[in-house]
Design a protein around this ligand. Structure first.
Ligand SMILES: *[C@@H]1O[C@H](CO)[C@@H](O)[C@H](O)[C@H]1NC(C)=O
Ligand SMILES: *[C@@H]1O[C@H](CO)[C@@H](O)[C@H](O)[C@H]1NC(C)=O
Length: 158
C-alpha cells in the first residue's frame, strides 16, 4: 500500500460510519466484499438483526458447550474519548433476554481486524431456536445516527 492509498482509506473512515461483520457462525444473508473496509453487508444499523430475517440453516450447539464466535470490525470508528465495545448475545430467536453474553472492548484496532471470543452456553438453557446477535456499539457521536451496528446468526440448541 502506498501513502496515497493510505490517505484515501483514512479519509473514508472519517466520512462513513463504522461497520461490523459476523464471520463464525456465519451471519444471516450475504457476506460480500469483506476484505475491504466499508462493505455494504457489514453496515447494518437496524436492531436487532440489521433487518435480516432468520435463515433455514442454523448452527447446532449443545447446552453446556463452550463456543467460539468470530467477527470483524469491517470499518473502524474508534473514539479515544468515548471508546466503544462489541456485545455478543445468545438469545431466543424472538430477541428476548440474553441466555449468555460476552463483551469485548474496542481498543482502536484498525479496520478489518478480527475478534474472537468464547462463550459458555449454560447447561440449564432451554433447548430450541436461538440466535447469536453481535452489536458494535461505537459510542462515537460522529459516526452518525444510530452509532450501533448489528448482525445475527441462527442457532439451534440441542
Ligand atoms: C472456553 O474456550 C476458550 C477458548 O478455547 C478457553 O480459553 C476458555 O478457558 C474456555 N472456557 C471454559 C469455561 O472452559
Ligand atoms: C420468546 O420465546 C420464549 C420461548 O418460546 C418465550 O418463553 C418468551 O416469552 C418469548 N419472549 C417474547 C418477548 O416474546
Amino acid at each position: 500500500m502506498n501513502f496515497f492509498q493510505f490517505v484515501v482509506v483514512g479519509s473514508l473512515a472519517v466520512a462513513c460510519s463504522a461497520h461490523l461483520c459476523l464471520l463464525s457462525p456465519p451471519q444471516r444473508g450475504t457476506m460480500m466484499g469483506i476484505n475491504k473496509a466499508g462493505a455494504n453487508d457489514c453496515g447494518l444499523t437496524t436492531s436487532p438483526c440489521g433487518g435480516r430475517m432468520a435463515g433455514m440453516n442454523p448452527t447446532y450447539f449443545k447446552t453446556g458447550e463452550n463456543i467460539t464466535v468470530v467477527f470483524q470490525k469491517n470499518l473502524d470508528h474508534y473514539s479515544k474519548s468515548t471508546p466503544g465495545n462489541f456485545k455478543v448475545n445468545l438469545m431466543m430467536d424472538n430477541a428476548s433476554t440474553a441466555t449468555a453474553t460476552a463483551t469485548i472492548m474496542d481498543m482502536g484496532e484498525p479496520s478489518l481486524s478480527l475478534y474472537s471470543t468464547s462463550m459458555m452456553i449454560p447447561k440449564t438453557a432451554t433447548k430450541g431456536k436461538y440466535m447469536i446477535q453481535v452489536v458494535y456499539n461505537t459510542m462515537n457521536p460522529d459516526t452518525g445516527v444510530p452509532p450501533q451496528f448489528y448482525q445475527c446468526t441462527d442457532v439451534m440448541l440441542h
